[in-house]
Design a protein. Structure first.
Length: 399
């Protein structure tokens, strides 16, 4: 008989062996849950207690063998989540309850579908999910934590979490999927005539400004471009002031240049015929396999339509050539809708440890989820596709 299973809490990713951690997360093809990504967030000073994120990861071990892991954080605020629970915080206050700190499961500051407990495939996933939930429940009750929240849940894991007692709250994301386009013209053909003209006009305005966009992927990315990307990101956040959502330090981008470059794609806007390593604007995307995620952008120019070109059109053009199946452009939606990103629901999963609070929210959730579904249907009905019909969208591998 082998050693018994033991649950342990961890204050740092460094307490997990890299190879053992990635053995569990790698099958799910999510760069945002690779050891180097999460560790870089912590060691760079981006996701640390001083910024309101206390790493509080749960591991399941047999001796020194890691068999399951739940990346978790104690949060002192709700920033960097992009699932807006301020109404929950307000309700807690009116009920005389302390809402923060809360326990949170997600890849920090990355609104990316796919959170789950990462479990050795030889184990019973339902039983391990239930066992880890019981560990989490005990931790929260012992420490007076009101809630545990798993954001952007992997749809394949959601039934296990629901069976273990989690409540479901629906929010929405944007997603472009590729039905097998042969080129950018196939993408344009999905739209009505007016929107096709609009997209062509927007792209042409960037060319007429003397700019071109060059994609640089993986090892083709010059080392110096990641620090430059950080400056674009920092400047862009600064323009929004308090609402700028600046979370990542320059050290995170430095570490990305060393350890994460294989997942990165930069879209460099530079003078036509010039050096892509001397960008005037740039976006950063993340790719693994047939999936692409848009993350950050910035510009030294106030050029009309440049944002659409660098963040949407050039990535879609590149994604078609690369055989990418899905492109998640990040949080926000309205201006993405008109460029072919369809609204879809995604689930967050929740547990509350005050009976009154739990009863009130669970009573409200069915109405809120139905309203969200109606909102998504209305948004998609207004998309500028040919014939007024939303084209058949392939499922994202995580949907």
């Amino acid at each position: 008989m082998g050693a018994p299973l033991e649950a342990r809490w961890h204050r740092s990713l460094n307490e997990f062996p890299e190879a053992a951690f990635d053995r569990l997360t790698a099958p799910h093809a999510l760069p945002f849950y690779r050891w180097h990504w999460l560790e870089a967030l912590e060691s760079s000073g981006s996701i640390v207690p001083d910024q309101g994120w206390q790493p509080c990861h749960l591991g399941l071990w047999r001796g020194e063998e890691l068999l399951a892991v739940a990346p978790l954080y104690l949060k002192g605020h709700s920033y960097g989540e992009f699932v807006f629970d301020q109404a929950f915080a307000d309700l807690a206050g009116r009920m005389g309850l302390r809402y923060y700190p809360k326990l949170l499961g997600m890849s920090p500051v990355s609104p990316v579908l796919g959170y789950r407990f990462f479990i050795d495939p030889t184990l019973d996933a339902a039983a391990i999910t239930q066992a880890l939930m019981e560990q989490i429940d005990g931790f929260c009750r012992r420490n007076g934590v009101l809630s545990c929240n798993f954001l952007y849940a992997d749809p394949a894991w959601r039934p296990l979490a629901e069976a273990a007692g989690c409540a479901v709250w629906l929010n929405q994301q944007s997603l472009w999927t590729n039905p097998g386009h042969g080129g950018f013209d196939d993408y344009l053909a999905l739209f009505n005539a007016n929107q096709r003209r609009n997209i062509r006009r927007e792209r042409q305005s960037v060319l007429q400004a003397g700019l071109q966009v060059t994609p640089l992927a993986g090892e083709a990315i010059p080392q110096a471009l990641l620090p430059r990307m950080h400056r674009f990101y920092e400047d862009h956040c600064r323009r929004w002031g308090f609402w700028g959502s600046k979370y990542l330090t320059e050290a995170f981008f430095d570490q990305a240049a060393t350890h994460l470059r294989q997942y990165l794609v930069l879209f460099s806007a530079h003078p036509a015929g010039g050096d892509p390593a001397q960008p005037l604007a740039m976006s950063l995307c993340v790719r693994e396999g047939q999936r692409l995620w848009g993350r950050y952008w910035g510009s030294d120019l106030e050029q009309e339509n440049l944002h659409f070109e660098v963040c949407y059109y050039s990535p879609i053009d590149w994604a078609i050539r690369e055989g990418i199946v899905s492109f998640d452009p990040g949080a926000g939606g309205r201006h993405k809708r008109r460029r072919g990103f369809v609204a879809r629901p995604h689930a967050s999963l929740h547990r509350w440890y005050d009976r009154r609070f739990d009863a009130v929210v669970r009573d409200w959730l069915p109405r809120a989820n139905a309203a969200l579904q109606d909102e998504i249907a209305a948004a998609n009905a207004d998309l500028p596709f040919a014939g007024g019909q939303v084209p058949l969208m392939l499922p994202d591998p995580c949907v």
